[in-house]
Design a binder for this molecule. Structure first.
Ligand code: COI
Length: 371
């Protein structure tokens, strides 16, 4: 388990100007949802960005009122799932400033992922400018209640009407956004996680390393079954041996054994999470012992048996840090840290959200204020 995953380059001709003019058509304002009622991803801000791709390149970049897409029923995305998305947030601080968090990294990740799905990627700098243009128009949709933010969802889809199986020759890239509260009803409270030993999220060198909708579809059935058993999500194990930890639900996973922080390495089945990378950077900065290495479920159980499994958590944009309070395996349950939030989980959460909301210094330059 030691090769580095390098996405193949796209075979598509990518003739794209770095920038395009962005036409802005503003809607008349609608009522906003009271911030106290925000869940996750149910309400959408007033505008969306979109642009189209044909073999001549990208065109028709615009910000316009949010609304339904007009898609041919034969569009390739509807049949073969040629789709990729991103997810990141804009945060309003106490100072009223709206900040993006590691936006350029998300823009680059979409470009890298597009190659794996044979899709043309928007230029990352232009992508970033498109996000900023949209955010400036919908600035008032960035909520200010504690723990809320504006979740931004860029999506790239194949829309050529053609039923043959090959990379499409027509694409739509759009960006919508949604004011959100907590992703899990539990918030930062520890969740119960089912160890999934049958189904897998993604095999090595499949789509698992890229943010393709297909990965999330693959996870639905096991997550649903776990919910029926009273668990919030599943712990995914590797597709070959059903032994090594991969991800937890839709998040990267971290385990603290004694004073070592362990997370599985990126070897072609796990998404290179931006929050994962942030946790690793902070842990190294704080001088913690950090290992990106394979970790088996047997090792986790053995560590628990000798009292060394100190904490476990998921990391992702939506929930930031989600502590795991219990692992369930059929008849056996392992309580982690007495079902309480671990010391490091809390520290990462406080530091990351402190940076995101502008309450703490940002030594890595991860945030950028919206002008
Ligand atoms: C995240 O943790 O940010 C995710 O990937 C969840 C998202 C698909 C809703």
């Amino acid at each position: 388990m030691s090769t580095t995953f390098v996405p193949p380059t796209t075979p598509l001709p990518v003739r794209q100007p770095r920038t395009l003019p962005i036409e802005v058509r503003v809607a008349s304002p609608r009522r906003q949802l009271p911030e106290g009622e925000l869940g996750f991803g149910r309400v959408f801000a007033e505008h969306m960005f979109s642009m189209e791709w044909t073999p001549d390149g990208w065109r028709d970049a615009k910000v316009q009122p949010y609304g339904p897409l007009s898609l041919d029923p034969a569009a390739a995305v509807l049949h073969y799932g040629q789709e990729l998305f991103e997810g990141f947030k804009a945060y309003r601080g106490h100072d009223g400033v709206v900040r993006t968090y590691r936006l350029s990294r998300h823009c680059r990740r979409l470009a890298e992922g597009a190659a794996r799905l044979c899709m043309p990627a928007p230029d990352p700098d232009f992508f970033e400018e498109a996000v900023r243009t949209l955010l400036r128009v919908d600035r008032d949709w960035v909520p200010s209640a504690p723990g809320t933010s504006l979740y931004v969802r860029p999506t790239l889809i194949a829309c050529e009407p053609f039923l043959g199986v090959r990379p499409a020759e027509k694409y739509l890239f759009f960006i919508i956004s949604s004011p959100v509260g907590a992703y899990y009803a539990e918030g930062l409270n520890p969740v119960r996680i089912w160890v999934e030993k049958k189904q897998v999220r993604a095999p090595r060198n499949g789509l698992g390393a890229v943010k393709a909708g297909a990965n999330y579809a693959a996870g639905l059935q096991a997550a649903y079954a776990a919910k029926q058993r009273g668990y919030a999500q599943v712990l995914w194990l590797d597709a070959n041996e059903h032994k090594y930890l991969e991800e937890v639900g839709t998040m990267n996973v971290f385990v603290r054994i004694d004073d070592e922080l362990v997370t599985p390495p990126l070897e072609g089945s796990i998404l290179a999470g931006v929050t994962r990378d942030s946790v690793l950077a902070l842990a190294r900065e704080w001088g913690l012992k950090v290992s990106e290495r394979a970790i088996s479920i047997d090792e986790v159980q053995a560590a628990h048996a000798r009292g060394a499994l100190r904490e476990m958590f998921g990391s992702g944009t939506a929930a930031v840090i989600s502590p795991i309070g219990e692992l369930g395996f059929g008849d056996t349950q392992l309580a982690i840290n007495g079902g309480r939030i671990g010391e490091w989980s809390q520290r990462f959460y406080d530091e990351l959200t402190g940076i995101q909301y502008g309450r703490r210094p940002d030594p890595f330059g991860w945030t950028r204020a919206l002008d």
